[in-house]
Structures are given as C-alpha cells and as structure tokens.
Ligand binder design. Structure first.
Ligand SMILES: *[C@@H]1O[C@H](CO)[C@@H](O)[C@H](O)[C@H]1NC(C)=O
Ligand SMILES: *[C@@H]1O[C@H](CO)[C@@H](O)[C@H](O)[C@H]1NC(C)=O
Ligand SMILES: *[C@@H]1O[C@H](CO)[C@@H](O)[C@H](O)[C@H]1NC(C)=O
Ligand SMILES: *[C@@H]1O[C@H](CO)[C@@H](O)[C@H](O)[C@H]1NC(C)=O
Ligand SMILES: *[C@@H]1O[C@H](CO)[C@@H](O)[C@H](O)[C@H]1NC(C)=O
Ligand SMILES: *[C@@H]1O[C@H](CO)[C@@H](O)[C@H](O)[C@H]1NC(C)=O
Ligand SMILES: *[C@@H]1O[C@H](CO)[C@@H](O)[C@H](O)[C@H]1NC(C)=O
Length: 311
C-alpha cells in the first residue's frame, strides 16, 4: 500500500472510531418536543417513550417536551409552550440556578418536533407566513443553541409520515383535532410533501452545520422510516390481543362537521397494543415502546437500524 493511502485509511479509522457515543458514556437524557414526547400530557395516553427509553437504558430523564408545542412561536404560533420560547428557557433556568446539574460528556439531548408546526392551525391550514424551511432551520438552531451552552451529544428525531395518521390520511373523518370540512386528498398529499422535504432539509442542514460544531456527536433518528415500517409490517411490532390495525386508532372519535359532541369507539387493555395509532394524531404506546427501545440502543452506543450518527 502507498504510504499516503495507509495514512489516509489510518486517519479514517481514527475518525470513524470517534463517531457517535461510547457504550456506557451516557447517563442522562434530556428531551424536547411536543405531545409525542410529553410525559405528563402523553399523546398515547400511556407511558411516554422517554420514560421507557430512560428505563431501558438505565439513564436519568430530564423531560422538557410539552404537548401542543411547535419549535418556535415566532415562526409557527400556537398557544402552547414551544421549544424556543418556553422549553429551552426553562432548561437554562434550571441548569443556571443549579436545580439540575448535567455533565455534557454524559448527557444526550433529543428533539422530536414538527407535527404541530406542519399541522392544523399552522402550515397546512395557511395559518401563518412560515414554511417548512423556517421550521427545519429552527430544529437545527436547537442544536446550535444547546451546543453553545456546552451540550455535545444529540439525537434529532425526524418527522413521521404524518399522512398516515388518521388526521392527515385521505380517508379521514371529522375529529377532535379538525372538524371543519376539507379536501382530505389534498391535505394528505401536501403533508407528505412537507414531511419528506423537511426531513431531507434537516439532514442537509445538520451536515452543513457539522464543521461549526466540533466535538459534537449528532444522530438522526429516522422516525419516518420506523413508523412507515410499522405501517407496512405491523406484525413485526404490534402485539395486542385485537386484530392488528394501522389505519384506525384505539381511541377513535368522530365529530360532527363544525365541532360538537364526539362519538367515540375505544379499545381497552391489551387490545390497545394492536394499534399503530392511539388517536387520530398520536402513535400508540406500543409504537412508542419501539421508539424507546431504538432510542435506548442509540444512546447506549449500540447499533440501531433507525439511527445514523453524522459525526
Ligand atoms: C422571537 O422573537 C423575540 C422578539 O422579537 C426575539 O427576542 C427572539 O430571539 C425570537 N426567538 C427566536 C427563536 O427567533
Ligand atoms: C430554579 O428554577 C426553577 C424554574 O424556575 C425553579 O422551579 C426552582 O425552584 C429554581 N431552583 C432554585 C434552587 O432556585
Ligand atoms: C402574513 O404576512 C402579511 C404581509 O406581511 C400580513 O399582512 C399577514 O397578516 C400575515 N399573515 C399571518 C397569518 O400572519
Ligand atoms: C380533492 O382534491 C383532489 C386532488 O386535488 C381532487 O382530485 C378532488 O376532486 C378534490 N375533491 C373534492 C371533493 O373537491
Ligand atoms: C407488547 O410488547 C411490549 C414490549 O415491546 C410489552 O411491554 C407489552 O406488554 C406487550 N403487549 C402485550 C399486549 O403483550
Ligand atoms: C381499525 O380500527 C378502526 C377504529 O379506529 C375500525 O373502524 C377499523 O374497522 C379497524 N380496521 C381493521 C382492519 O380492523
Ligand atoms: C372500553 O372501556 C370503555 C369504558 O369502560 C367502554 O365504554 C367500552 O365499551 C370498552 N370498549 C370495548 C371495545 O369493550
């Protein structure tokens, strides 16, 4: 081998060895996002994935994600506590006043956001002047902001195929999240385009940001492919006692057009684990257990089919 090639391959081995976190390194997980990760107002009405992930990986959880959140209310306003104007400030207050104390080396930060930013009363209904470009730039700003404060390890959970949720599927019905008449085909097509575009952008923007984030380790967690795989191959993931169901939800409620009393069909107990969706917008607890299992593998420095370390 030419000495230069030898040097180059040594160097790339050394760099590759430095990709991702090491087994045993991570002791704390700090979560940001919306109802998909909120551990109090849980989207799945069960135990939220961060609680499972911390349990599976024997790490300490610091949960900041809040139901209804967008990335920033400056971009996509909704009357809920957003990542930038509420969750991050609380995190900085608590780290600043010593009520929580985290070692950057031993801590990993996660963000799962976008569902409300792209959804009803926001991008899909033309309720603001923002675009998916602004929303994804905000996701990357979350990394930059935490990095500037010393954080080094990150998992960016990309957006799920929202067009598969009942709210945004072509075969939708009026429900608790949206009871105004709309063209469900149009919504589904638009949502699919926005999610795919946003996920591609966030990956490119993160890759572009890497040189300005030396010493960081950033994984993209491909929630999109994982949920799509659950949809395509439910028997690999769902294990409840009802027939497996990826098109409906266990808490399905039809609203009259214009809003009003909901008519609900509710599955109970172990039947719920047969469903991909808890309601018209949220993955089920069983789907979230799988997310938790794979996030746990990632932060433990093990191989997950759904995670890619960028550096
Ligand atoms: C939101 O707007 C306020 C007021 O203009 C500004 O101080 C803040 O930096 C903005 N936040 C983001 C994330 O752009
Ligand atoms: C730190 O700030 C948090 C959030 O405002 C507050 O709940 C907590 O009591 C504060 N702790 C101290 C020691 O000041
Ligand atoms: C969008 O921008 C236009 C022009 O600045 C403004 O008139 C309009 O109120 C904005 N719409 C929303 C929903 O913020
Ligand atoms: C809904 O949109 C689709 C695609 O744009 C169109 O083909 C269909 O006719 C629309 N349906 C209604 C009821 O307007
Ligand atoms: C399904 O599997 C999960 C582990 O992924 C387990 O916690 C749960 O109890 C199982 N559900 C049923 C109904 O067996
Ligand atoms: C799935 O669940 C929904 C209830 O949300 C029900 O209407 C539908 O018939 C179920 N589909 C299958 C294939 O069992
Ligand atoms: C689930 O429990 C609720 C409340 O007890 C009940 O109304 C509903 O009929 C149950 N669902 C099924 C499918 O048995």
């Amino acid at each position: 081998m030419h000495p230069l090639f030898f040097l180059a391959s040594l160097l790339s081995t050394a760099l590759a060895a430095n990709v991702g976190v090491r087994p045993g390194q991570i002791k704390s997980i700090v979560t940001f996002g919306d109802s998909y990760s909120d551990i109090v107002a849980t989207g799945d009405q069960g135990t939220a994935w961060p609680v499972y992930a911390a349990g599976y990986s024997k790490t300490t959880l610091f949960p900041f994600a809040r139901s209804g959140a967008t990335c920033s209310n400056n971009i996509t306003f909704r009357p809920f506590p957003p990542v930038f104007e509420d969750q991050l400030p609380l995190y900085f207050t608590e780290t600043g006043n010593g009520s929580i104390h985290l070692q950057p080396e031993e801590t990993i930060y996660t963000l799962w956001i976008g569902t409300n930013d792209l959804g009803v009363d926001s991008l899909i209904t033309g309720s603001n002047n923002a675009s998916v470009v602004d929303v994804t730039a905000c996701m990357v700003d979350w990394v930059r902001t935490l990095y500037a404060s010393g954080a080094r390890n990150f998992i960016m959970q990309n957006m799920i195929p929202l067009e598969l949720t009942i709210l945004y599927s072509p075969n939708s019905y009026p429900n608790r999240f949206w009871a105004v008449e709309r063209n469900t085909t149009d919504w589904s097509v638009l949502m699919r385009e926005m999610v795919l575009t946003g996920n591609a952008l966030v990956k490119l923007m993160l890759q572009q940001a890497l040189p300005s984030l030396p010493g960081s380790h950033i994984a993209i967690f491909d929630s999109h492919s994982l949920i799509q795989d659950m949809f395509n191959h439910p028997a690999k993931y769902l294990n409840g006692t009802a027939p497996l169901n990826v098109t409906g939800c266990w808490n399905s409620c039809v609203a009259p057009f214009g809003g009003g009393d909901l008519t609900c069909t509710v599955a109970n107990g172990t039947d719920r684990d047969s469903y991909l969706w808890a309601d018209e917008l949220h993955p089920s607890e069983q789907a979230d257990r799988i997310v938790a299992r794979e996030i746990a593998l990632t932060l433990e420095g093990k191989e997950s089919e759904w995670s890619t370390w960028l550096n």
